[in-house]
Design a protein around this ligand. Structure first.
Ligand code: SF4
Ligand code: SF4
Length: 731
């Protein structure tokens, strides 16, 4: 070993020892913080599916590849990082000797050829990602950036480290070529040979370049170890467990659909026995999230994909799902020393720690412990109430997140505490909640008018109890029963089912609200009250039938989601379809025949609770495809990336006081297609988009109408209930 190698070896191992010590300390700190969360026993089942999903999402980059160029570039960088970690290991042999190499594989031409290729693609990939970050930097003139609010230096730092480590890999090989210590053919290692041709024949070059590569890598490790909230770096490790432990790992759209039941100490809360002084009602302190919640917050890469799709953020509201997650993460880590010393408030608000326990806790951590989780800037709150109540629970953030963070669950958990314990929520929603409790529907309409929509139909609509041999129970929903526009959809669906000879029956006055708006606003108590009543009614209606024969068709995606995905939590197992699914089936099997194509151009708005939350994208399009003249005109934001109408998450019942109205944004997009008809599959979308169209004074040019009504116009033009007199029907 020459004198240069003695120096490079000492320096390499010294910096590595420091970096590893700091990294171990950082990992222990992160584990300690995550363990502060509440238990969640539901995350450990079906390890086979969890492993498969984790491998598919990481190795296959299934989520990121939707952002094709960025996804492909990131894939090469990820593979580069994993494979080239071996080459960092090899550098430890190279600081010791210029001919050093990895044992076993280091002298293998195939290994060198593969690492050469991955190195080249990794450099291209990281340059693309750097260009994307620069092009989308928040400070660029004009336009909004998905990186707004992200810690930009961390992103640049990580990218430069990756680039330099990759480059120095080729410099090391180049010196080996230049000093004649590299025996691999040019075809297998072309870039190394090209670099070697440009470098001097300097014997110490290999060891010095290897030392620089180790110093860069270890500097990275030191920096991220000193910044445990540096998600842009830590996600490389945390993404694996975060995806592994996600909920419903086998379900496309995991993290969407059903909301999780309220839990205390990891167990579902039973409202008959629950005691707010002993049981946790929602989340009031960051440590009341489950450990998976805290893992979610730690894993955020700050990529801003969620933010770029969020309807609230895109219309000037203060909510960004990314910034919400970052606030919770930073708060959790800042508060952690206080919590780890035994601090924290019990459920009655009393401090748990003794003064002696807190004597040595940093004042900043103590101050963080005093912050209310929800509160205005003046109150020192972590999350502003306007942020919390801006969410429509549309799920665009969950859908886009490459590391499977479950934003909607966290938002609703925080709402639950605000509503149930603090009675703090937008006051205008109080009327809706009172109506649900007293009248069983959000409008407060008399229950005995639930069947009014059937009046004037030229066939009898059977009630459950009057007939036993129905195939489908037609769940009408409150909007479908009480709201004038939605009633037309209800009548259209009933007419089409009757036309197709489907045996169906309604509950009529036996139906009450599914409970969706109560659950989404956070009032789990009212949700459970309504849901239990409905489950009882439905179980009675289907008595003696196996699950596959307990079929329900619903026109409202919120009812469809709640009945199909959430009633199982209360003992109600049903086969629930949306009316567009059933209509698509009836058309495909020839039981309904469209005869007169609806023209004028049609576009389709995906309801969030039908599309993203339940992956029903094709059936409404199939129905429209058979009923309209020409092709369906898609909006730029459609299917998985559809833009919310603004009504979900009980936002329908709250005023939209901040920023641009979400429905107006969506209507502008729909109108930009030039279509005369905007087809919808949800009564709330219908209301919101109709309001948007009318607000723009475009009611005469554009019509918002349910898919069922479009089909009815095509199947039975003479009977179609016009949403307005000037319905654009081909003559
Ligand atoms: S659910 Fe929708 S509105 Fe709520 S934070 Fe996510 S993207 Fe934004
Ligand atoms: S998409 Fe996921 S990882 Fe990216 S910023 Fe949003 S929460 Fe973080």
């Amino acid at each position: 070993m020459g004198s240069v190698q003695i120096v490079t070896t000492i320096l390499a191992f010294a910096i590595t020892a420091v970096a590893v010590w700091l990294a171990v300390r950082a990992v222990m700190k992160m584990v300690a913080v995550i363990r502060l969360g509440q238990p969640d026993p539901t995350r450990f089942g079906d390890k086979g599916t969890r492993t498969k999903t984790m491998l598919a999402e990481t190795a296959g980059h299934t989520r990121m590849l939707r952002w094709s160029v960025v996804g492909a570039a990131h894939w090469f960088v990820m593979v580069g990082f994993i494979v080239l970690s071996l080459l960092v290991l090899e550098a430890y042999f190279e600081v010791v000797s210029p001919t050093g190499e990895l044992p076993l594989v280091g002298a293998w031409t195939f290994f060198n050829a593969v690492t050469e290729l991955i190195g080249i693609l990794g450099i291209v990939g990281i340059l693309v990602l750097m260009a994307v970050r620069l092009r989308n930097r928040p400070t660029r003139p004009g336009g909004r950036s998905r990186f707004t609010g992200s810690t930009m230096w961390q992103g640049y730092f990580v990218e430069w480290v990756v680039l330099l480590v990759l480059i120095f890999g080729f410099v090391i090989r180049g010196f080996k070529v230049a000093t004649d210590h590299f025996e691999y053919p040019v075809w297998a290692t072309p870039l190394s040979h090209a670099v070697g041709a440009a470098l001097p024949n300097w014997d110490a070059g290999v060891s010095v370049a290897a030392l620089i590569k180790i110093v860069i890598s270890m500097t990275w490790l030191i920096v991220i170890s000193l910044n445990v909230t540096m998600g842009v770096a830590w996600h490389r490790f945390l993404a694996f467990p975060n995806i592994f432990f996600k909920r419903d790992p086998g379900r496309a759209g995991s993290g969407l659909g059903a909301l999780r039941p309220m839990t205390s100490q990891g167990k579902p809360l039973d409202f008959e026995e629950a005691d707010p002084e002993k049981d946790q009602f929602g989340v009031a302190q960051v440590e009341q999230f489950s450990w998976k919640g805290l893992l979610d917050f730690s894993t955020c890469t700050e990529c801003g994909r969620c933010q770029s799709q969020c309807p609230a953020w895109n219309t000037g509201k203060p909510l960004s799902p990314k910034l919400l997650v970052l606030s919770l993460r930073d708060h959790a880590y800042a508060k952690a020393p206080y919590l780890l010393a035994g601090g924290g408030k019990d459920l009655t608000g009393e401090e748990k720690a003794t003064p002696a326990q807190l004597a040595h806790v940093d004042v900043l951590a103590l101050a963080e412990g005093d912050k209310p989780l929800i509160g205005t800037a003046e109150e020192g709150g972590v999350i502003d109430p306007d942020v919390l109540w801006s969410c429509t629970t549309c799920g665009a953030c969950v859908e886009q997140c490459p590391v499977d963070i479950e934003h909607v669950d966290h938002i609703v958990d925080m709402r639950r505490y605000q509503v149930l314990i603090e009675s703090s929520f937008p006051s205008e929603a109080g009327v809706m909640l009172r109506n649900l409790e007293n009248k069983g529907n959000p409008w407060g309409a008399p229950q005995n008018t639930r069947e009014d929509w059937t009046k004037g139909l030229d066939f009898e609509v059977p009630r459950v109890g009057e007939v036993d041999d129905f195939e489908y129970l037609f769940w009408v929903g409150c909007a479908g029963a009480f709201e004038d526009r939605a009633k037309k959809t209800t009548r259209a669906v009933a007419t089409l089912l009757n036309e197709a000879g489907v045996k169906f029956a309604i509950l009529g006055e036996g139906e009450t609200c599914s409970g969706d708006p109560a659950r989404r606003i956070g009032n789990e108590f009212v949700f459970q009250m309504l849901a239990q009543q409905n489950v009882e009614t439905l179980n009675e209606a289907f008595e003696g039938r196996e699950k596959s024969k307990r079929k329900i068709v619903a026109t409202c995606p919120h009812c469809f989601n709640t009945l199909g995905n959430e009633y199982g939590q209360l003992g109600g197992e049903f086969e629930v379809v949306h009316h567009t699914q059933l209509l698509a089936h009836l058309v495909a099997t020839g039981r309904l025949t469209p005869v007169q194509p609806v023209d004028g151009g049609v576009t389709y708005h995906d309801p969030c609770y039908l599309g993203r939350h339940n992956r029903v994208f094709a059936p409404p399009r199939e129905v429209l495809g058979t009923a309209i003249a020409g092709e369906l005109t898609e909006m730029p934001r459609n299917s998985e990336r559809s833009f919310c109408c603004g009504a979900g998450g009980a936002r329908m019942w709250m005023e939209e006081k901040i920023g641009k109205r979400i429905n107006v944004d969506r209507v502008e997009e729909a109108m930009s297609t030039g279509a005369k008809t905007v087809a919808v599959g949800c009564p709330f979308c219908s209301t919101m988009l109709n309001d948007g169209v009318n607000g723009k004074g475009a009611g005469e040019q554009v019509e918002v109408v349910d898919v069922a009504s479009v089909l009815l116009r095509s199947v039975k033009p003479e009977q179609a209930p016009g949403e307005k007199e000037t319905a654009p029907v081909a003559g």
